[in-house]
Design a protein around this ligand. Structure first.
Ligand code: NAD
Length: 356
């Protein structure tokens, strides 16, 4: 029997989930607030044509939990939240975004939004007309714009730290890297990899994105998605959607490193985290290395300074090495090690707050 939303919330430790249905604008949205111990819940809004409303709820719950850990491990004073809008990207309209802005506003700042899959800085601009609780708005409106370049850079430094762990040297020059998903983050990541001298292979379900990437970076090679896990590669970089690290893919996988931007890469972290370790594959935890965008939008809240942001994104390198170390000393998989660090900070701060 399918679990109820309350059972899921209890299992994952959510504080609040709110729904909005507005037939006039076509808005069907869910905001999931996982944990606000460290501050207001900040997380992007994903627009996706979900197969069912249950899929949308589960995605919002899983993604918001990841945001709690992402903020906690990155030293940010923010909680974890995420929103999903059930729609086809062709349904985007000013009315939909402005109605959604009002929905965000109704939470009085407990949830702050930003971009995610299928949402852009331009969409944030409409949301900003209805609420101040939005980040990632364009530069000309006083925001920091698209967070993807910062996410991509963070993934790149997390990948280099993984290379250091595996090969004792963090250079990716000459390494075969497969980037799955060449959207906002994937394309910036390809840019860093090419600059570093890596041999980059790309795959995407969207032909236009592949064409755009090949035109921008002449040396990339397109591969078929169905052949991805048959390939001998040095690094697999999942930059599309989650759950690509599952029993089937891990069994096939022939690479020493997985490091990418997608959220919730492990289909089941308790099964697939240990499975990667057993196969000798080093996995750079998603919420740790894809935190660059969050670090960037969070900076909008207390006076944006690009240099400070880049300094914080660079810290992902050492944090990734620390997680690999903890994974070894505690004999736990790398995602569990990252969660352990995040949960410790959450518990410490909850304790401080409870005593004041
Ligand atoms: P995007 O929508 O711009 O790009 C995603 C790309 O993946 C698209 O080109 C899409 O066609 C492709 N794709 C979807 N399904 C695919 C599949 N099965 N195989 C191959 N390609 C597929 O999104 P984005 O902003 O680049 O984000 C990518 C991932 O990184 C998402 O999981 C997102 O949640 C995560 N992420 C993004 C940011 C950010 O700053 N944008 C921050 C943290 C995490």
């Amino acid at each position: 029997m399918q679990q109820s939303v309350f059972e899921h919330m209890q299992q994952m430790g959510h504080e609040q989930v709110v729904f909005c249905h507005d037939p006039h604008s076509g808005l069907n949205a869910i905001i999931a607030i996982h944990n606000t111990t460290l501050g207001p819940a900040l997380g992007g809004t994903r627009l996706w044509n979900y197969g069912s409303h249950n899929d949308a709820i589960i995605d919002a719950l899983r993604l918001s939990r990841g945001m709690t850990y992402k903020a906690a491990i990155s030293g940010l004073n923010l909680g974890g939240g995420k929103a999903v809008i059930v729609a086809d990207p062709s349904q985007k309209s000013e009315a939909l975004w402005r109605r959604y802005g009002k929905f965000v506003d109704s939470l009085n700042g407990k949830y702050i939004t930003a971009e995610d899959v299928n949402t852009s800085a331009r969409d944030m601009e409409y949301i900003a007309l209805e609420t101040q609780h939005v980040t990632g708005v364009p530069e000309y409106m006083g925001g920091s714009g698209d967070p993807s370049p910062f996410t991509a850079y963070g993934v790149f430094v997390g990948m280099k730290a993984s290379a250091k762990k595996v090969w004792g040297n963090d250079s990716l020059s000459g390494k075969k890297v497969v980037v799955q998903g060449v959207g906002h983050v994937g394309q910036y990541l390809v840019g860093h990899l090419i600059e570093e001298g890596a041999k980059v292979y790309i795959t995407d379900i969207n032909e236009a994105k592949l064409k755009e990437t090949v035109e921008k970076f002449r040396t990339v090679e397109v591969i078929e998605g169905s052949k991805l896990f048959d390939m001998d590669m040095d690094v697999y970089a999942p930059c599309a959607l989650g759950a690509t690290l599952n029993t089937e893919s891990i069994n096939k996988m022939k690479c020493p490193i997985v490091a990418g931007a997608a959220n919730n890469q492990l289909a089941d972290e308790n099964v697939h985290g240990p499975m990667l370790i057993e196969k000798g594959i080093i996995y750079a935890p998603d919420f740790l290395i894809n935190a660059g965008g969050l670090i960037n939008v969070a900076a909008e809240l207390d006076g944006y300074n690009r240099e400070r942001v880049m300094g914080n994104v660079n810290k992902i390198y050492d944090r990734t090495l620390d997680i690999f170390q903890l994974s070894e000393t505690d004999k736990i998989h790398t995602q569990a090690a990252a969660i352990k660090i995040a949960e410790k900070r959450l518990a410490d701060i909850a304790n401080v707050k409870a005593r004041l």
